[in-house]
Design a protein around this ligand. Structure first.
Ligand code: AMP
Length: 376
């Protein structure tokens, strides 16, 4: 199955090809042909399965075809996500996929000043990605109305409930027009999620994909306890000692990615960093270098690493432990693809141990700790 068999138009296909996506993931192949015709969707899938594109592509396609344009403060697409991190990732996906369309998207979440968010809404945004609390806040101040919403996505419904957003979610849902298309996603389906989905969806297509855990089972996972100061030395040691010839290294920040790459180059290891501050041509050049093995190491932030689909990626190294457990699963899912095993190495300071514990809970196994010369 190829993307061009999914009734998507040329600007979307071009954007996907720019991102290096070759084939749709199972959830995309199953969902897109129905969502693009206006059907509601119930998707049982975790992050890492490609679920964002499964709803973003058919929504962009329909929005473009309809010619609808948002009036100030009245978005046409609303995506509700539980966390700021996820909301930002979804917005970046809409931007990436819609880069050849003239559509405007924006993201609103709490914990920061609302000024810039309000400005963006006033200028008019077709696609709004929001966390529930800030969305309601803005609605109560009459800065935003949901009257014009035609496409509604509720992402990670189970996590929304876990985080205590049920009342906020219900308030938002009550303000949406009756006539709309809804895509509903949840990794698990406890009774509350089922009830909520029944109130929202009409004759939905149901698509379920295997949890990522089956992928994580294929990956050999190793934990290296190390101080923050020794992480770079440990990385060089492992790259030499273990004869790792091709590794994707994840850092939490853009600056961190630059620092790690610079340090490796200084030691004679061909490496480059990719992150959001680098131009598209620079990112592509680094990615090509990594794909054709000119570069041994690519250092990336999570957002920049989206769409990296490299065959035979043998090693993923978590230079820092991600704060969100699903991000770990998603990162290590990049090795051991398509039934092949890979190795995931995680560097962990004392302060990062709580994140490791929540990862272990999610993947339902413990990650063995390895001895090394920099162990404390
Ligand atoms: P998601 O589950 O939506 O968070 O997506 C997981 C990751 O897979 C993201 O980094 C996407 O950019 C990437 N991705 C989604 N669809 C594809 C595809 N068809 N081919 C390659 N990468 C993809």
């Amino acid at each position: 199955m190829k993307f061009d068999q999914l009734s998507l138009s040329a600007p979307l296909l071009r954007a996907l090809s720019d991102l290096g996506y070759e084939n749709p993931t199972p959830i995309q192949a199953k969902a897109i042909p129905h969502v693009v015709t206006g059907r509601d969707l119930f998707g049982c899938a975790q992050t890492g399965t490609g679920k964002t594109a499964a709803f973003a592509l058919p929504i962009l396609e329909q929005l473009q075809a309809s010619g609808l344009k948002a009036a100030p403060g009245k978005p046409v697409v609303l995506v509700l996500a539980p966390t700021r991190e996820l909301a930002l990732q979804i917005e970046e996906s809409f931007r990436d996929y819609g880069k050849y369309l003239k559509l405007r998207s924006t993201v609103v979440f709490g914990g920061v000043s609302q000024h810039r968010q309000v400005e963006a809404l006033r200028r008019g945004c077709d696609i709004l990605i929001a966390t529930p609390g800030r969305l309601l806040d803005l609605m109560e101040q009459n800065l935003l109305s949901l009257n014009a919403v035609k496409y509604f996505v509720l992402d990670e419904a189970d996590r929304m409930l876990d985080m205590g957003f049920i009342h906020d979610m219900k308030k938002v849902i009550a303000r949406l027009p009756k006539e709309k298309q809804t895509c509903f996603f949840s990794a698990t389906v406890p009774a509350e999620v089922k009830t909520l989905s029944e109130t929202l969806l009409q004759n939905p297509v149901r698509v379920s994909v295997d949890p990522e855990n089956s992928t994580t089972d294929l990956v050999n996972q190793e934990l290296y306890k190390v101080s923050k100061e020794d992480k770079r030395a440990l990385l060089k040691h492992l790259l030499q000692d273990r004869q790792i010839d091709h590794a994707l290294v994840f850092t939490r920040t853009k600056r961190g990615a630059d620092r790690v790459a610079r340090d490796l180059v200084k030691s004679g290891i061909p490496a480059e960093a990719i992150h959001g501050d680098k131009s598209q041509p620079a990112r592509e050049k680094a990615l090509d270098g990594f794909k054709n093995r000119r570069l041994r190491v690519l250092v990336a932030t999570d957002i920049a690493a989206r769409g990296i689909d490299v065959d035979r990626l043998s090693h993923v190294i978590n230079f820092e432990i991600p704060e969100v457990a699903e991000t770990y699963v998603h990162r290590i899912g990049r090795t051991g693809r398509a039934g092949k095993g890979g190795i995931a190495i995680s560097f962990c300071t004392e302060e990062e141990m709580p994140y490791v514990r929540s990862i272990q809970k999610l993947i339902n196994k413990s990650i063995p700790a390895f001895k090394h010369p920099y162990a404390q």
